[in-house]
Design a protein around this ligand. Structure first.
Ligand code: NAD
Ligand code: LMR
Length: 329
């Protein structure tokens, strides 16, 4: 293989998302079937043995694209030369917990990881934060990496986006592939705003194809926004395979571009678009061009949607203030 391998660092590699993610990365689904990858797995000392087991299984798959696997419990070493960082390692919430409960527990992880990325990452580094509360953790990591452009730090909203597509497909009996331009706004929390105002289903406006305003406000929006809790309730553990799938799709589109005529949902540092205060890592509809996200501009936001977006953004501002108080920013 002539191309140099892309270094992908996955934190929380021994966790349930890590297990659903690593084999797909190594098989070429993250970056493409012709791109060799080198995997760096970061764990805490207690997770090292399980990570070694996962690395043995990766070996046993004999993936042609896998150029090597190294395991670390030191962020500085794990992020040295990293091109793609998937920041998954964090404590998941259990039944009855809100994501905000994780702020203090998980915020402390992302400062040191941001510093390690700042110290050693490759110039083209792209970082996707999955560990919750993902938006604010991305803010913390980015704040500790002053030499890396802030827009290289994303938080994952693709799972929420995909959940919205699935609900619309089921409601209208339309294949997911026929649904375009769904948007998730705000925070990856129960206060997010899944928005179909600009979406189309089979070429028709989604609102017409659904034809049921009450379903949108009373079923669709809360089902998507609270799906994480519903999965925890049903599985006794938070989503893993669907989260890993979303991470793969997010990075794949970031690097390779979004399909023509569609957009996706990405939490990135606001540039002030749609009145979201600059710097908050908030979800917007976005397209990827030449390896960088562009927020879709010029969408009309109705008064009801504005209120919901503002509420979600206010929650992000509260989280930012809380981690600032805790000395994490
Ligand atoms: P898990 O408990 O199965 O695995 C987490 C792993 O992270 C463990 O192996 C743990 O040892 C490791 N870890 C903890 N601190 C670490 C650190 N400082 N450095 C490296 N590794 C560390 O959890 P999971 O189910 O894989 O979920 C991981 C995170 O992803 C949770 O915060 C969860 O809430 C979040 N999540 C986010 C989304 C999303 O859409 N953004 C979806 C699902 C889950
Ligand atoms: C999800 O949305 O499934 C994850 O963020 C897990 C959670 O805590 O909801």
């Amino acid at each position: 293989m002539s191309t140099a391998p892309v270094t992908v660092t996955v934190t929380g590699a021994a966790g349930q998302i890590g297990y659903a993610l690593l084999f797909r990365i190594a098989s070429g689904q993250l970056l493409g079937a012709d791109v060799p990858v080198k995997l760096n797995l970061l764990e805490i000392p207690q997770g090292m043995k399980a990570a070694q087991g996962t690395a043995m299984e990766l070996d046993d798959c004999a993936f042609p694209l896998l150029a090597g696997v190294d395991i670390f419990d030191d962020p500085t070493a794990a992020f040295d030369g990293v091109n793609i960082g998937l920041l998954v390692g964090a404590r998941p919430r259990g039944p009855g917990m809100e994501r905000g409960d994780l702020l203090a527990a998980n915020g402390g992880i992302f400062g040191p990881q941001g510093q390690a990325i700042n110290a050693g990452a490759a110039d083209d580094v792209r970082v996707l934060v999955v560990g919750n509360p993902a938006n604010t953790n991305a803010l913390i990591a980015s704040a500790h990496a002053p030499d890396v452009p802030a827009d290289r730090f994303n938080a994952m909203m693709r799972l929420d986006h995909n959940r919205a597509l699935a609900q619309l497909a089921a409601k209208t009996g339309t294949p997911v592939s026929e649904i375009r331009k769904v948007a998730i706004w705000g925070n990856h929390s129960a206060k997010q705003y899944p928005d179909i105002a600009h979406a189309t289903i089979g070429g028709r406006p989604a609102v017409d194809a659904v034809g049921d305003e009450a379903w949108v406000s009373d079923e669709f929006v809360p089902t998507v926004a609270k799906r994480g809790a519903a999965i925890i309730e049903a599985r006794g553990a938070s989503s893993a395979a669907s989260a890993a799938n979303a991470a793969i799709e997010h990075v794949h589109d970031w690097v390779n571009g979004t399909p023509e005529g569609d957009w996706t949902s990405v939490a990135l540092p606001s540039d002030g678009s749609y009145g979201v205060p600059e710097g908050l890592v908030s979800s917007f509809p976005a397209v990827s061009k030449d390896g960088a996200w562009e927020i879709v501009q010029g969408l009309d936001i109705a008064a009801g949607a504005r209120e919901k977006i503002d509420a979600s953004v206010a929650e992000l501002a509260e989280e930012r203030d809380a981690v600032r108080e805790l000395g994490l920013l």
